[in-house]
Design a protein around this ligand. Structure first.
Ligand code: MN
Ligand code: MN
Length: 323
């Protein structure tokens, strides 16, 4: 029998940080993990460049780090000395079928939360349409006492894209229309560019959505905007779901995505924001979406997506440890 020391990050099976791969709900119920990685390998709902179905695998494989010896130098904490984490595997998405894929994501998250009701699922997309099933299940699990902080270049509040209701351009409208999240508890950061049009913006205003465009960040500074976003997120709901579309970053930092929009945040700004928000608001779920490895030749998009997840985990651990 060979010696059972931990593999380096590049060896063995690439679960997220080499966390144990646990799909069996009975085993999840025994473990009662604090956080669980869930893949949503699905990109049928994109409007431009595809490839995000390969995102979960690329994000898992992106890191030279693993749970052993992991020390966050800002918080001075070893996250998995405080938190129990698992990689719960992937939702069984159906190639070519949006509705059944969304249903598979719902089933996977419902199974996880039934087994471990206080576990924080961290969903790796996948295109952004997966936030409709993912945040919907988490919001319903907490009796809809949940708000969203949503980082994105795009509002994703269209009624439809070319008549498709479950597009990656529509999940935020479906969540609000479905009553899962109240419009006024929907906080958006980083919107920019040339879409959506005035009709969709008017709908967003009607819903009371709080949207912080990049132009506001340029005028007032990022820190002031994030302070406001935190206050707005806590204005009403008890819990927060965090949705990070990687295209909120400038394509210089995240080229591997389907609908890149120049003029975005830096990796440093986004990591700071995730760290600050998770430290201060009660997070019950999260997703990181729109990583498209075929457009990510140097792998930097998957790397930063991995760190966005890890920064949230470290902040959860720091909060748990009372830091
Ligand atoms: Mn999006
Ligand atoms: Mn986007």
């Amino acid at each position: 029998m060979t010696e059972q020391r931990p593999h380096p990050a590049y060896a063995g099976i690439s679960t997220f940080l080499h966390l144990p791969w646990v799909e069996d709900p009975d085993r999840i119920a025994e473990l009662q993990p604090d956080v669980a990685i869930v893949g949503a390998p699905f990109d049928v709902a994109v409007t431009h460049r595809p490839g995000a179905r390969f995102g979960p695998r690329a994000i898992r494989a992106a890191s030279y780090l693993q749970q052993t010896g992991l020390h966050h130098l800002g918080f001075r904490i070893e996250p998995f000395s405080v938190l129990r984490g698992i990689d719960a595997g992937d939702a069984r998405c159906i190639p070519g079928d949006i509705q059944r894929s969304h249903e598979a994501i719902r089933a996977k998250l419902r199974e996880l939360l039934a087994a471990a009701p206080r576990c924080v699922p961290i969903v790796l997309g996948g295109d952004h349409s997966i936030t409709y099933p993912a945040a919907g299940v988490v919001a319903d699990h907490y009796q809809r006492r949940v708000g969203i902080v949503h980082f994105d270049a795009h509002a994703d509040t269209a009624n439809d894209s070319w008549g498709v209701l479950l597009s990656h351009g529509t999940p935020m409208r479906r969540l609000i229309e479905g009553g899962h999240i109240a419009g006024r508890n929907f906080v958006q950061v980083g919107l920019r560019g040339y879409w959506p049009g005035p009709d969709v913006i008017a709908w967003m205003t009607e819903q009371g959505m709080r949207s912080h465009f990049l132009y506001e960040i340029e005028e007032r500074g990022f820190e002031a905007v994030i302070e406001d976003a935190i206050e707005e997120a806590l204005d009403g709901p008890e819990f927060i779901y965090l949705s990070v579309d990687i295209d909120v970053l400038d394509p210089a930092f995240a080229p591997g995505t389907g609908t890149p929009e120049p003029g975005g945040l830096s990796s440093r700004e986004l990591l700071w924001a995730v760290r600050t928000i998770v430290s201060r608001v009660p997070i019950v779920g999260m997703d990181v979406v729109e990583v498209s490895p075929p457009y990510d030749p140097a792998g930097i998009t998957a790397e930063v997506a991995h760190r966005v997840v890890l920064e949230a985990i470290a902040a959860l651990a720091a909060k748990r440890a009372g830091r």
